[in-house]
Design a protein around this ligand. Structure first.
Ligand code: BGC
Length: 710
């Protein structure tokens, strides 16, 4: 791949500037086919004769430092007699501020481009144009570009082309494109331009989103456009950016003369509001539009109900996914993080895989997880590993087992199990080595029940016992390795034995459960021996708390499951429908358009929880949708017939909602489950593409593909 091409860069490259590479070439014969193969250390944006090549935004995407994806685009129809290829390059994930691992190794590499154009003529001859010493480069009009800090453009600037530098970075890291492309997905027009109490001009797009924007402006040379970005307004209605922390998220543009439009191409912002600091002419609703970008995933799942607030929550969950599936599953898209946090992906993957087809997306990310796994078997907190920290945390690192398992269950993908198996086994071995006690995971640092509301003052971690959480996940991951091993034909005796020992020791060591999350884990992961009494304890704790949850990242995804599996479905619905603080619908009541990182991101007085950890677009708590798909509407996968080859549909209706329905476009066709109240009775409408066991009121019906009404 790219055998004859060379890595080229600007001879005076400066971090955060944006060089423009150029090569002119002529074609004198009839072209049968022309293909460009291209990639970069940094993010590139390429044009041929002024037209964009391909539609991969932020290409070549975000991967482990061990590999760089290479893209190929068919450019046959774009070739003319005289051609000019131009490529812009920015730091992007490779060496921008997002790469906190900015160490010596990185400092010695300059952002660089490598490409080849293969032209096949109709007479059968071939020609190759490759990046080499013959290319030219100059500073582009973008003088600054960074994901966290935004973009500075001077459209009046001009620089002269100089010869490129050629770098010897080798090609071992080059791999074929594995993930889906990130693409422009939709355009959103502003709904309002208003003045805040402070007198600032603010544009409202009505939706917290991830992407960039396009401005149209009529200006004189040297006029300025200056914009700032925010997700929320403060309680007085003023523009609020403190939760972006150190991310400057700026946009500065110096205009040329006349009508012009501009769209950033190599950075992105998470925002709902834009403050107009400077704009040459009067800004109208037509002066700007938002452009939403995310990984190209087909929408597959829908949830609807008779409750408008619940419907808004479902929408917000989908927007949380759109905003954070940007080549990697990010924690948030706005502040100075935007990384592939393993724990967040692990808790949300089930919901994600029903909402959208994310099979390829996770195949790529999990490949990076294996590549960046520490040599001792631990799993970094973020994938790709942008940190220098080398510890692992329970419930975060378990993405190594839980994510491949979910991709297997939702899509029937056995290959992913084969590919990830050795990474999982190494991870289990690592826990055994690092733990202070045999058959438990104790004595290590974890994130605990992150952001649980029972956290002691000043702490991010809920009060649940970290050794207990870690031991439960040790058990669960071992169980998954044993199940997966059997599916792919491995001898799993040692994992079966290990699992039994961990469960036994965990039961003996942690006899009492003191928090909602501890009860949830004990129930959901089959640790509790007397489930009825633990379920009662959990229910009592919730009721005593005013029918409100206190769980954080670890307990929340399983909370409603733990209740409904143990006879407390109505209480699960009460939590789902609760709109007093803290609850899912509380954020909806406060006008949220995405999922908040904190239950108390904004408290009842309108004040913010804090400025340092307060994202309003964090999908983790959106994991509640998997309970709605899988329990309330009852659509379940079957472990030994995954990918919905066989299905169980066991809806759990309530009188608290008039109707609820879920549908998923599976690999075998559409499955949907709807129930509604009619004349004092409940009607169920079920469509299944496969052999299915339908369970209604405890009665089982084994059916083939078809539509069924009960
Ligand atoms: C991230 C989280 C992540 C957590 C780990 C935060 O800074 O935004 O979503 O899981 O750290 O504790």
């Amino acid at each position: 791949m790219l055998n004859q091409a060379k890595w080229i860069s600007h001879p005076n490259d400066v971090q955060f500037d944006c060089p423009l590479f150029k090569k002119d070439f002529s074609v004198n014969k009839d072209v049968k086919k022309a293909i460009i193969t291209i990639t970069s250390l940094g993010c590139y944006y390429a044009t041929l004769n002024g037209k964009r090549i391909g539609d991969f935004v932020l290409a070549p995407g975000c991967t482990s430092k061990r590999r760089v994806q290479v893209q190929s685009y068919d450019i046959t129809s774009m070739i003319t007699e005289n051609n000019s290829i131009e490529v812009l390059l920015a730091e992007g994930w490779f060496k921008g501020r997002i790469n906190w691992r900015n160490n010596q190794e990185l400092k010695e590499i300059t952002k660089s481009l490598i490409a080849e154009i293969e032209i096949i003529y109709k007479d059968g001859k071939k020609e190759l144009i490759v990046t080499d010493e013959s290319w030219k480069v100059k500073k582009s009009i973008i003088s600054f570009s960074d994901f966290y800090d935004g973009e500075i453009v001077d459209a009046t600037s001009s620089d002269s082309f100089v010869n490129v530098s050629v770098n010897d970075y080798g090609k071992k890291m080059l791999v074929k494109q594995q993930g889906p492309f990130v693409k422009e997905q939709e355009t959103i027009r502003p709904i309002e331009i208003f003045k805040t109490p402070k007198g600032e001009s603010v544009i409202d797009f009505g939706q917290n989103l991830t992407g960039y924007f396009e401005i149209n402006v009529s200006a004189k040379k040297g006029d300025k456009v200056s914009l700032s970005f925010a997700e929320v307004l403060d309680k007085n209605g003023n523009f609020y950016t403190e939760n972006y922390r150190s991310a400057k998220a700026q946009f500065e543009y110096t205009c040329t003369d006349g009508e012009q439009s501009y769209k950033p191409k190599l950075s992105f912002w998470g925002y709902r509001y834009i403050r107009v600091n400077e704009f040459p002419n009067e800004l109208t609703l037509d002066s700007i539009k938002a452009i939403v970008i995310h990984s190209d995933m087909k929408r597959t799942g829908y949830l609807t109900s008779s409750n408008p607030m619940l419907n808004k929550l479902f929408k917000n969950i989908v927007w949380g996914q759109k905003g954070n599936f940007l080549d990697i599953p990010t924690d948030c898209p706005q502040r100075d993080e935007r990384m592939g946090w393993t724990g967040d992906a692990e808790v949300f993957i089930k919901t994600a895989s029903y909402n959208y087809d994310v099979e390829k997306f996770f195949e790529k990310w999990l490949t990076d997880l294996s590549l960046d796994q520490f040599s001792n078997g631990g799993i970094p907190h973020v994938i790709p590993q942008f940190w220098s920290d080398n510890s692992s945390s329970a419930a975060w690192s378990d993405a190594a087992t839980i994510c491949p398992w979910q991709i297997y269950l939702t899509y029937g993908n056995r290959d992913i199990l084969k590919r990830q198996y050795s990474s999982m086994c190494k991870y289990i071995k690592y826990i055994g080595k690092i733990s202070k006690s045999r058959y438990l995971w104790t004595g290590c640092k974890h994130f605990g029940d992150w952001l649980g509301l029972d956290a002691p003052a000043g702490s991010y971690k809920g009060s649940s016992n970290e050794d207990f959480i870690a031991s439960v996940y040790y058990a669960y991951s071992t169980l998954l390795v044993s199940k997966i091993g059997k599916i792919i034909g491995k001898n799993t005796e040692k994992y079966d034995e290990l699992y039994a020992n961990i469960v036994e020791k965990t039961r003996k060591t942690f006899k009492k459960y003191n928090t909602q999350t501890e009860c949830v884990l004990a129930l959901y992961f089959d640790i509790a021996e007397d489930k009825a009494s633990v379920a009662r304890q959990l229910a009592d704790m919730i009721v005593a708390n005013g029918t409100r949850l206190q769980t954080g990242f670890v307990g929340t995804p399983y909370l409603l499951h733990a209740l409904s599996q143990n006879g407390y479905s109505e209480l699960a619905y009460d939590l789902l429908l609760q709109d007093a603080f803290p609850s899912w619908l509380y954020s909806v009541k406060c006008g949220a358009t995405t999922i908040w990182e904190h239950w108390d991101g904004r408290n009842e007085d309108g004040d913010f929880w804090s400025k340092d950890m307060n994202s309003f677009n964090h999908y983790a708590y959106g994991s509640v949708a998997d309970w709605v798909y899988g329990v309330a509407c009852g659509i379940q996968t079957v472990e030994d017939k995954p990918g919905f080859e066989e299905i169980v549909i066991a809806p759990v209706p309530t009188d608290k909602i008039d109707h609820l329905s879920a549908s998923i476009e599976t690999r075998h066709g559409l499955v949907s489950s709807k129930w509604y109240h009619e004349n004092g009775r409940i009607r169920y409408e079920i469509i299944t593409p496969s052999r299915t066991k339908i369970i209604i009121d405890g009665k089982e019906y084994n059916v083939e593909k078809g539509t069924y009404i009960f």
